[in-house]
Design a protein around this ligand. Structure first.
Ligand SMILES: CC[C@H](O)CC(=O)C(=O)O
Ligand SMILES: [Mn+2]
Length: 349
């Protein structure tokens, strides 16, 4: 579909997809994926540790290759696409943003829990002062009301965000839930900023929610090739491109090229692609941060309790990003309950 793009797709294969890769991307893989995405016409490509700049750590998992080396390689490969980075205040700092700028990144996406936008105020200011295009990310958006989300979006826009994303980190928003949040944020900020949507596939609704988001007024949408992303993965970029093309909505992405990027570049080189298994569906169902999946799987293996049961409990407890250590706590609690013969919610011992 030709014509001036009405919608900008940001591809997060090399950031959200880093979770599914256990943060083991090589420079060669980054170059090949950026080359293919850039050629297909995707306008923004996000590159960073899965948990954002500064995420390489014992808590979140160490990167194989330093993220600034990967960002610089991505910048070299991209001819038309802008390279974006994502950071969570507290995991990363303004210093990380400055280094990303020096490597050539030009879009700064700053993420907070959906009720904590005020923790990012100085980061938006610093990013704008540097010259970045700025995007705010309200994570786990299902965890607050549309009205409150709109108030949080207002804080981000007042601080300097040029777009605010409704982020369905748990893949828990079901159609109208996503639409109501997009509408509320638009009502609050549309005269000053764009609105975006970032979906996960835990309930298989990433693409459908993205279409609804566009129809409601969102103009930036995230995806990842082959759905590579946390949990059951992100909305697949290639499916977004094909679907919007069929709807007659120009995205600037060549469908055949992006299909080739997914099939020929990502699929053969990625050891494990995300899918909707019991654990990731429970994430959508119970509203659990998608990035918790691999942490829960590791705890499941270590303590001999099912990952889906851990995640169900994590959802009930309402843990948010940054509370990864509580996954171990929950696993140990389940072990104890089993030892004392307490039945789990699924009836299993
Ligand atoms: C690192 C922040 C976080 O994982 C952003 C994101 O992709 C999400 O919340 O879904
Ligand atoms: Mn995500």
């Amino acid at each position: 579909m030709s014509g001036t793009p009405e919608l900008r797709i940001t591809d997060s294969t090399l950031r959200d997809g880093s979770h599914a890769m256990r943060h083991q991307f090589t420079e060669e893989q980054v170059r090949a994926i950026v080359h293919a995405l850039d050629r297909s016409g995707v306008q923004v490509i996000e590159v960073a540790h899965g948990d954002g700049l500064g995420g390489s750590s014992f808590n979140y998992g160490f990167s194989k290759v330093d993220e600034f080396q990967l960002i610089a390689a991505a910048v070299e490969e991209a001819h038309q696409a802008k390279i974006a980075v994502l950071m969570l205040p507290g995991v990363g700092t303004v210093e990380h943003l400055n280094r990303a700028w020096d490597c050539g990144a030009r879009v700064a996406r700053i993420a907070t829990h959906c009720t904590e936008a005020d923790t990012a105020v100085q980061h938006f200011g610093a990013a704008r002062a540097k010259g970045f295009e700025t995007v705010g990310f309200l994570m786990l958006s299902h965890r607050t009301t549309p009205e409150n989300l709109a108030r949080q979006a207002r804080i981000m826009v007042d601080a300097g965000a040029q777009c605010v994303y409704v982020v369905d980190s748990a893949g828990a928003l079901v159609l109208g839930d996503a639409q109501a949040r997009i509408q509320a944020v638009l009502d609050e900020v549309a005269t000053e900023a764009q609105v975006g949507f970032h979906g996960h596939q835990n309930l298989s609704l990433g693409v459908a929610n993205s279409v609804l988001a566009y129809q409601t007024g969102a103009r930036q949408i995230d995806g990842a090739l082959c759905a590579l992303g946390a949990g059951a993965g992100n909305s697949p970029t290639e499916v977004l491109a094909a679907t919007f093309d069929r709807l007659g909505i120009p995205t600037g992405v060549d469908v055949q090229e992006v299909l080739a990027a997914a099939e020929d570049v990502v699929r053969p080189t990625i050891p494990r692609l995300p899918f909707m298994d019991r654990a990731s569906i429970v994430q959508g169902y119970a509203g659990v941060y998608s990035s918790f999946l691999l942490h829960a799987e590791r705890a499941a293996e270590r303590y001999g309790v099912p990952a889906h049961e851990i995640l169900q409990r994590v959802g009930e407890a309402g843990y948010v990003g940054g509370q990864e250590d509580m996954i171990i706590d929950v696993a140990l609690q389940l072990v104890q309950e089993r030892e004392h013969g307490v039945l789990s919610s699924s009836g299993a011992r």
